[in-house]
Design a protein around this ligand. Structure first.
Ligand SMILES: [Zn+2]
Length: 168
């Protein structure tokens, strides 16, 4: 399981859905089938489904993401700390994936552990290096795991409208 950041300093979170779509457009413009990551998380902890988990992710750098579960947090964590809600949702996604795919917290790493990049940024990488994130994931797994609800169709569009209105 590999943790990434968008390397773009967050503006208002009301723009998060637009940013997620822009990454998808940008990545598809490179000829990739979808946004590079399986899940993306905004500053308020909203979780966006990206590329289907059965499909290999993609990278601008030199490493092979085959078999990796790629999660990307919106923000530039060389330049800013990660918000509590965003970190909590990151731990939720990783705990969910650990149980669903049998990967385990020991497989959590930063992009920079595989390639020449600072991704996922200094502040988030530190939370991996000191095992803060792994401990959060282990606590969630020990407590019985995490279930993620999935919103599709109008329910998904309604949720996006709430995020864009600044209510979530
Ligand atoms: Zn990355």
């Amino acid at each position: 399981m590999t943790v990434h950041h968008t390397a773009v300093v967050m503006g208002s979170n009301t723009g998060a859905p637009r940013r997620v779509r822009s990454y998808q457009n940008y990545h598809q413009g490179r000829g990739w089938p979808d946004v590079a990551y399986h899940y993306l998380i905004d500053a308020n902890g909203n979780i966006y489904e990206g590329r289907p988990v059965f499909a290999r992710g993609d990278t601008f750098t030199e490493y092979d993401p085959t078999g990796h579960f790629l999660v990307c947090c919106d923000g530039h964590f060389d330049q800013q700390g990660i918000p509590t809600a965003q970190l909590g949702s990151l731990a939720n996604v990783l705990a969910w994936a650990s149980l669903r795919f049998g990967a385990g917290p020991s497989t959590i790493a930063g992009h920079r552990d595989y390639a020449a990049t600072t991704c996922p940024g200094f502040h988030l990488a530190n939370l991996l290096a000191d095992r803060t994130l792994q401990s959060m994931v282990e606590q969630r797994m020990a407590a019985g795991g995490v279930s993620l609800g999935m919103l599709c169709g109008q329910a998904g569009l309604d949720r996006i409208a709430e995020i864009e209105a600044g209510r979530l």
